[in-house]
Design a binder for this molecule. Structure first.
Ligand code: ATR
Length: 277
């Protein structure tokens, strides 16, 4: 039996077991995917014992993403670009390999929902400059966009991000987030504002280009204030749940040997779980 898990501290809230459990059943795979609470001081020991525990690998969530990246011996570019890993597996030689699949998850879902996002040669607007922002900025740069504008509450963090990614990334002040995004091809919220209904981004979409796509990586609630506001202005929107589902795909394939499909049924299953919570 093949085994994988998700590790974090705390870990109770994770929806990864429901996602991977759905696929294991769907593909009739003899495998398991569980949650493991791992304290910060236990991470190194835990990762060193994956093989002994019979684990093919694991997902990694807060607060272990940076440690996972550091402790891995093989790192995909996705993880190196972000400096953090959310997916680990052991290769044929038993080496610990790391990837950051948030980039894949975000770009795959955006392209699925709005495959024409790249038709306009307009800048991309990113709200936030944390780990999620880095993963998404990297995705757009890899896709070949000519300009990414980063708006963050604390400018120093946006400047650090821009310094890491080079001249295609431009730093704007937080207060300019509406004004300097009216021509954007895509606007993405990567901050935690709107999570569980807390706070509001106060975007003014009045003068936005009608083809702008507005997306939010927050998926609790499924329809955030940002998404609702953008819809009211007639803009196309991309929710955060799809990114969560798609970021799980590469890990499942590494551990269980099948590239799984994000079905409408899976989407509805996790959406119902979020709405019930
Ligand atoms: P993640 O790894 O999920 O990106 P993070 O690294 O903690 O999480 O980053 C959180 C992001 O949300 C940051 O960009 C943060 O802005 P600061 O860098 O200024 O802290 C942003 N954020 C959190 N609360 C915010 C708020 N109330 N208003 C604006 N931005 C906020």
């Amino acid at each position: 039996m093949k085994r994988a898990c998700v590790i974090g501290w705390p870990i109770e809230h994770s929806r990864s077991p429901a996602i991977h459990g759905y696929w294991l059943k769907w593909y009739g795979i003899d495998g398991s995917y569980t949650k493991r609470a791992v304290r910060p001081e236990e991470i190194e020991t835990f990762l060193g014992s994956l093989a002994a525990e019979g684990l093919a690998g694991c997902n990694v969530t807060i607060p272990h993403k940076e440690a996972a990246f550091r402790l891995a011996t093989e790192r995909e570019d996705s993880a190196a670009a972000v400096g953090a890993a959310n997916t680990l597996w052991l290769d044929a030689e038993g080496r610990l390999c790391a990837a950051n699949t948030d980039t894949y998850g975000y770009m795959a879902y955006l392209t699925l929902k709005a495959e024409d996002w790249r038709h306009r040669t307009a800048p991309i607007s990113i709200l936030g400059a944390g780990g999620a922002a880095r993963a998404i900025v990297y995705g757009f740069l890899e896709a070949g966009v000519s300009e990414v504008r980063v708006f963050n509450r604390s400018t120093e963090r946006a400047e650090a991000l821009a310094a890491a990614f080079g001249p295609r990334v431009k730093v704007y002040s937080w207060d300019e987030r509406s004004r300097a995004s009216t021509e954007a091809a895509v606007l993405v919220n990567t901050t935690s504002v709107g999570l569980k209904g807390a706070g509001s981004l106060d975007m003014d979409f009045t003068d936005f280009h009608p083809d702008c796509i507005v997306s939010d990586i927050v998926y609790v609630p499924l329809e955030t204030g940002l998404i609702r506001n953008a819809r009211r202005h007639g803009l196309r929107t991309v929710d955060g749940l799809g990114m969560l589902l798609h970021q799980a795909v590469p890990g499942f394939e590494k551990w269980f040997g099948v590239r799984p499909e994000v079905t409408v049924e899976l989407y509805n299953l996790i959406a119902a779980d979020i709405e019930a919570a």
